[in-house]
Design a binder for this molecule. Structure first.
Ligand SMILES: CSCC[C@H](NC=O)C(=O)O
Ligand SMILES: [Zn+2]
Ligand SMILES: [Zn+2]
Length: 420
């Protein structure tokens, strides 16, 4: 299978080309991937629009017009950006897209999520060459900034009149790999909070024992939070809940001490201390209960503590319901999707909540059903890790799966008494 010939132009080499564009934060190149994708769109015969809701952060929309463009359309979304990679810790350079003799393609973004961005296009290329025409309009979007929260990307796009005009009935976004042989599918994301606690106290000599120092107060909270983390993790360890079904609260930084030229002053107890946490809430969690716990137990003013919580997403839609896409018979899109995957000989795992957070939350919060799906079976979960790779045969199988999924979804006539 190994070939590095320049002449070759195949789905795999196009995937490699896309992977070789460095779109990693903190300075993602957005111009190059957009121009690559525009070329692809042109060669397939898709129309395109580029929006810049925020300057320098383009949203690319490709469209395959349906024979009945009045029916609600379908969207396939992926993000252009990637998380950074520590080159020296990879066995192949992260932007080389090196393909080994046994078919592993190494690159940052191979799983998250440049695979789907190319698979959507390759599936449509194949469908077009077979003469298929969709009943419903099919859109593909490529958005910036997902890895840092989507605030200048999908959040803006989803809030725009251009997005409303798409008249979406259903959307698909990224999912995650599975080391096992079933395809995973996600019906909700957890919502992230950036949670910071701060303690103040009277400074004092390093040799003095006294109550209510900033450090003592902070450490008390750090311990309480660690205990809570343990109770949540225990549910997971006992097999009672998935990782994504509990509240996670993980320390990400600690900040304290009085700086000196060589490091820190060692014989002073500081007057301020701070800790930062990545906190994630599943859609069923009650944010008010969490806030009460924070105010009363984790950062109580009686211990001279303050806190800030930055909510990076919503848990409820405009009707106050948890933001989740039904994966049962009440959602016709679900049944169509499931059958389409099974028609390729694939098995679907039990639908899950995603432990992390994607742009699909912005679409779901508009009341539009979204499934998270990246067709990768028998693949270790390497998103954000060193040596991220995808096997060529897994990538190719994914194209076939999307051909089936796009065909089925775009052919859905709707339910007679509803316009879905
Ligand atoms: C503040 S939202 C951050 C979104 C990010 N997405 C992928 O990793 C995440 O941390 O899950
Ligand atoms: Zn992603
Ligand atoms: Zn990611």
């Amino acid at each position: 299978l190994q070939s590095n010939s320049q002449e070759e132009d195949t789905p795999i080499t196009r995937f490699q080309q896309y992977l070789r564009i460095n779109t990693a934060h903190p300075n993602p190149n957005y111009t190059a991937p957009v121009s690559f994708l525009l070329d692809q769109a042109q060669s397939i015969g898709l129309t395109s629009k580029t929006f810049e809701f925020v300057s320098g952060k383009p949203v690319l929309l490709l469209t395959w017009l349906g024979t009945n463009p009045h029916l609600p359309s379908i969207l396939f979304n992926s993000h252009l950006d990637s998380v950074p990679a520590e080159s020296d810790k990879w066995i192949h350079p992260p932007f080389s897209a090196h393909r080994t003799t046994d078919g592993h393609i190494y690159a940052r973004g191979a799983q998250d999520d440049k695979c789907i961005g190319v698979q959507y296009l390759e599936a449509i290329r194949n469908l077009k060459s077979r003469g298929f025409s969709p009943l419903r309009t099919v859109h593909i979007s490529y958005v910036p900034e997902e890895e840092i929260g989507g605030f200048d990307g999908m959040m803006r796009f989803a809030a725009s009149s251009e997005f409303r005009d798409l008249n979406l009935g259903f959307a698909m976004d990224e999912g995650q790999a599975n080391p096992g042989d079933e395809f995973r599918v996600f019906y909700a994301d957890r919502t992230p909070w950036e949670f910071i606690i701060k303690a103040e106290g009277i400074p004092g000599h390093g040799a003095k024992l006294y109550d209510n120092s900033a450090m003592e107060n902070l450490m008390k909270s750090v311990e309480l939070i660690a205990k809570f983390r343990e109770t949540q993790f225990d549910f997971v360890k006992a097999g009672k809940a998935a990782n994504s079904e509990v509240i996670s609260v993980n320390p990400v930084y600690l900040k304290a001490g009085t700086p000196s030229t060589t490091g820190f002053v060692m014989n002073m107890q500081p007057s301020e201390a701070e800790a930062g946490y990545d906190l994630r809430l599943p859609p069923m969690a009650d944010p008010d209960v969490m806030k009460k716990r924070i105010a009363e137990e984790w950062a109580p003013s009686i211990r001279n503590m303050t806190y800030t919580v930055k909510e990076k997403g919503k848990l409820r839609d405009h009707l106050g319901r948890p933001i989740m896409t039904p994966t049962n018979d009440t959602n016709p899109w679900w049944s169509i999707f499931k059958q389409a995957v099974e028609a390729t000989g694939g098995k679907l795992a039990k639908p899950e909540i995603l432990a992390s957070t994607t742009d699909s939350r912005y679409i779901r919060s508009l009341g539009i059903p979204v499934l998270g799906f990246s067709p990768m079976t028998n693949t270790p979960i390497l998103l954000h890790d060193h040596n991220e790779f995808l096997k060529d045969i897994v990538f190719m199988k994914g194209i076939e799966v999307y051909e089936s999924v796009i065909t089925a979804l775009s052919s859905f006539k709707g339910v007679s008494d509803q316009v879905i």
